[in-house]
Structure formats: C-alpha cells, structure tokens
Ligand binder design. Structure first.
Ligand code: GAR
Length: 196
C-alpha cells in the first residue's frame, strides 16, 4: 500500500499529534508521519514525537522577527529535505502566508476547536459560551489563504453545559479532537492519493 510521507506541525503539547502518530501504526493507514516540526524549541510534543520514532525538529520563529515568509522558507527547506507530501497542522499557532499556503495547496489540513464556519481565530470556547450555543466542537479543514476558511473535511460535536467555563469546554472538546483528527487525516490522505 502506498503511504504518503507526512509532516505534523506543532507549537505545544502535541496531543493531537500523538493521536495521529498512534493511528499511523495501523497497517492500512495511508500515511507515515516521518517528521514533526515545531516553531517553538520547548514544545513538549517534540519529545513525544522522537519517542514515537519520527524526526523531531524545531525551527524557532523568533529570530526571523516579523518576516513570516523567511521563517516559512526555512520550514519549506526542511519539508523538502524530508520529501514531505502532506502537511498536518496540529496546534500550530502561526498564521501562514499566502506563499506557504500555495506551496501546499490541497495537501495541508488543520484542526480548529470550533464548529466552523463559527468562530475562526482565537478564544473559540469562550465565544461559543458567550453566544449561548448549545453545542460546540471541532473541525478539520483544508488550509486555504483565509484563516480557518477552507472546506471542512469532518467535524465532531459536544454539548455546551450550563455554567461551562472555557477551560471545562476545552477539556470536553479535546478528546473529540483526538478521535476526529486521525479519522479526518485518513480521509484527506486518501483523497490526495486518489488525485495523484
Ligand atoms: C487543539 O485544541 C487545537 O484544536 C488547537 O490547539 C490545540 C492544540 O492542542 N488549534 C488551534 O487553536 C488552531 N487555531 P495539542 O497541542 O494538544 O494538539
């Protein structure tokens, strides 16, 4: 079976990354996460990635200052070195330039902690609570130039409970993310493979 060579991009603890690394152990999974890339050298997820057998590399965005594209060109060099065919954003907290998005058009996906198109951007859980929504959740979508705007691949829903706090709701959504993302990654990878 052909398996895509995938990179997972993280900025922090990487629990979604771990869920994907685990799922990729299955023999019929359509990709191998060969590389985990972080924009923060202290990201806890890097340690887990290495333990799971992926190459774990940090490219600190700070020395690049405000020049997002130069930072992304450094990432692109590493992605090319590792012959990456699909990019999976998993809690990668940098806004991407149109240049980088174009390099990965139709080959890059993201998980976002809201029921898109509701609440793109930050503070999604608080915004769902403030709006009086009865449900919240998470979405996996193709990455396009508009932030959190690309076509949705899959979503999972959880209830919003009376007296919920943003933290309590985030804790309820996270396990739903861990189930959803490996499944949506598989769907997206199969689509990429079918196109090539
Ligand atoms: C997840 O909740 C993910 O949906 C969110 O960051 C968290 C990362 O957790 N992503 C975004 O907000 C992207 N806009 P993790 O590092 O434990 O996977």
């Amino acid at each position: 079976m052909t398996r895509l060579r995938a990179a997972i991009l993280i900025s922090g603890r990487g629990t979604n990354m771990s869920a994907i690394l685990e799922a990729a152990q299955q023999s019929d999974y359509p990709l191998t996460p060969v590389l985990v890339l972080s924009n923060r050298p202290d990201a806890a997820g890097l340690v887990h990635a290495e333990k799971a057998g992926a190459a774990a590399i940090a490219i600190d965005h700070k020395p690049f200052g405000k020049d997002r594209e130069v930072f992304e060109r450094a990432m692109q060099t590493v992605l090319t070195e590792y012959k990456i065919e699909m990019v999976i954003l998993a809690g990668f907290m940098r806004i991407l330039t149109p240049w980088f998005v174009r390099q990965w058009e139709g080959r890059m996906i993201n998980i976002h902690p809201s029921l898109l198109p509701k609440y793109p951007g930050l503070h999604t859980h608080q915004r769902a609570i403030d709006a009086g929504d009865s449900e919240a959740g998470c979405s996996v979508h193709w990455v396009t130039e508009g932030v959190d705007e690309g076509d949705v691949i899959a979503q999972a829903r959880v209830p919003v409970l009376p007296d919920d706090t943003a933290e309590a709701l985030a804790e309820r959504v996270l396990p739903a993310e861990h189930k959803l993302y490996p499944h949506a990654v598989k769907l997206a990878a199969s689509q990429i493979l079918a196109r090539s």
